[in-house]
Design a protein around this ligand. Structure first.
Ligand code: GAR
Length: 215
C-alpha cells in the first residue's frame, strides 16, 4: 500500500471530517460521537452510513443530529454497483477519514481506490488472528487466553491491513461468545476513540506496513 495523503486537517488545524459506517448497535460509533463533542478531540463526525435500515447505529446518529445514509446491497444489481454507490454516498460528505465501526461488509475496489489509505476498520480480535465476521467466537473456540481488538488501515484483504493500534483483553474460563465480545468492546471503544483522535490531530504515514503518527 502506498503512503496515504496526510489527514488534511492535521495541517490546517480544523477538525478532521469523519464518516462512520455501521451495521448494528453502534456502541463504537457512540463512543466517537461522544468524544467528538469536544472541539479539542480534532475530529467531527459529519455523517453515518449503514448497509441496512432500522439499526440502532443510525438511531444514535439521528439523536446526535448527524446526517445518515443507507446503501443496502439488496437494492443494487451487483456488488460492484453497490460498492460504487457506497463510495459516492460517502464522498458526498468529503471525509478526511472513513471509520468502519462494526460495518459487516467488505468494501470493494471502487471504495478503496476512492479513499485509499484513509479507511480504518476496527476488528474484535488481535490481527492477524481470527479475521472475518466471528472474531470473538473463533478466538474462544481456539482456546486462546488473551484476545482483543485491532484498528487497521483497510486494504483489499479481510482484516489484513497495516495496524494502527491493538488492545488486549483476557479470555476467562467461563466466557461465552457474548461475554467475551462485550469485554472486548469495552477496550475496543477506548482504543478507537484514542486512535481516531490521534489520526485526526497528528496525521499518519505508512512505511513497510508500519503505521506511524505524524506527518
Ligand atoms: C465491534 O466489536 C466490531 O469490532 C465488530 O462488530 C462490533 C460492533 O459493535 N466488527 C466486526 O466484527 C467486523 N469484522 P458496535 O455495533 O456495538 O459498535
Amino acid at each position: 500500500m502506498s503512503t496515504p495523503p496526510p489527514v488534511p486537517d492535521a495541517v490546517t488545524g480544523a477538525p478532521a471530517r469523519v464518516v462512520v459506517l455501521v451495521s448494528g448497535s453502534g456502541t463504537n460509533l457512540q463512543a466517537l460521537l461522544d468524544a467528538a463533542v469536544d472541539p479539542a478531540y480534532g475530529a467531527r463526525i459529519v455523517a453515518v452510513g449503514a448497509d441496512r435500515e432500522g439499526i440502532e447505529g443510525l438511531a444514535r446518529a439521528d439523536r446526535s443530529n448527524v446526517p445518515t445514509f443507507v446503501a443496502s446491497l439488496k437494492d443494487f444489481s451487483s456488488r460492484e454497483a453497490w460498492d460504487k454507490a457506497l463510495a459516492d454516498k460517502v464522498d458526498a460528505f468529503e471525509p478526511d477519514l472513513v471509520v468502519l465501526a462494526g460495518f459487516m461488509k467488505l468494501v470493494g475496489p471502487h471504495f478503496l481506490e476512492r479513499f485509499e489509505g484513509r479507511v480504518v476498520n476496527t476488528h474484535p480480535a488481535l490481527c492477524p488472528s481470527f479475521p472475518g465476521v466471528n472474531g470473538p467466537g473463533d478466538a474462544l473456540a481456539y482456546g486462546v487466553k488473551v484476545t482483543g481488538a485491532t484498528l487497521f488501515v483497510v486494504d483489499a484483504g479481510v482484516d489484513t491491513g497495516p495496524i494502527v493500534a491493538q488492545t488486549v483483553v483476557p479470555v476467562e474460563d467461563d466466557d461465552d461468545v457474548s461475554a467475551l465480545h462485550e469485554r472486548i468492546k469495552v477496550a475496543e471503544r477506548q482504543m478507537l476513540v484514542d486512535n481516531v483522535g490521534r489520526l485526526a490531530r497528528e496525521g499518519f504515514r505508512i512505511t513497510d506496513r508500519k503505521v506511524r503518527f505524524g506527518l
